[in-house]
Design a protein around this ligand. Structure first.
Ligand SMILES: [Zn+2]
Length: 223
């Protein structure tokens, strides 16, 4: 199924430039692994970035030679399917439903079935990855039909749905969809009926819960 919700253009450019925190980059790469639309955007951003770098080279080589190099580079990019650094192949040969997306393997292992979930709140389980230098990276598993506390974020939140689905003010988010939210968005996700919703999410700053119950919950959930 093709994703309906994509990365923000600013996130695409930051990813291509290697400017995202590690946690955000992992979630972005997870989305990119299954989204040809965003993949193309990243390639465009890299192409433009490459041209800019090329134009800033000292003039010693001569304009004609530089133009030739640039043309060769663009040609090579066109020939090479995909391959931004750190990206997994867009389409695995035989998708195994138990296999986690490749960008998550260094942080959470390779298999849904082997995930070590920890209880976080009624209906909510979590796994936090200790391995990221920047930002917080975690997976959530939320019971179907559950409402999460209303919250906004200090900076960015990037959430990729892996299984199940949820709805909030921004729409319906199913497998493959990414929610790329800035600090302005106040939202209250409600998971859809059916299977538990499993997401991988990155935060650049602590969540801010407005309600007293949510504030009491915050130290418990540790986000
Ligand atoms: Zn996309």
């Amino acid at each position: 199924m093709k994703p309906a919700h994509h990365l923000d253009p600013a996130t695409v450019v930051a990813f291509a430039a290697g400017a995202l925190s590690e946690a955000m980059a992992v979630v972005a790469a997870t989305h990119l692994a299954g989204c040809s639309h965003c993949h193309e955007q990243v390639r465009d951003a890299e192409r433009i970035g490459g041209v800019l770098v090329e134009q800033q080279q000292p003039d010693g080589a001569g304009a004609a030679r530089r133009e030739k190099l640039r043309a060769a580079m663009l040609e090579r990019l066109d020939e090479t399917p995909v391959e931004a650094p750190g990206l997994a192949p867009a389409l695995p040969a035989a998708p195994d439903p138990d296999r986690l997306p490749a960008p998550l393997h260094p942080y959470f292992g390779t298999s849904f079935g082997a995930l070590k979930w920890r209880w976080m709140a009624p209906g909510v389980h979590c796994i936090r990855s200790a391995g990221t230098g920047g930002g917080q990276l975690f997976m959530l598993r939320i019971t179907p039909g559950r409402s999460m506390p209303l919250h906004s974020h200090g900076r960015g939140e990037l959430t990729q749905v892996l299984r199940g689905a949820y709805d909030d003010v921004l729409g319906h988010f199913g497998p493959g969809d990414v929610a790329d939210l800035d600090s302005e968005v106040m939202h209250q996700p409600v998971t859809a009926a059916g299977v538990p919703c499993i997401c991988v999410a990155a935060l650049d700053a602590p969540l801010r819960f407005p309600g007293w119950l949510a504030r009491r919950l915050q130290p418990l959930v540790g986000l």
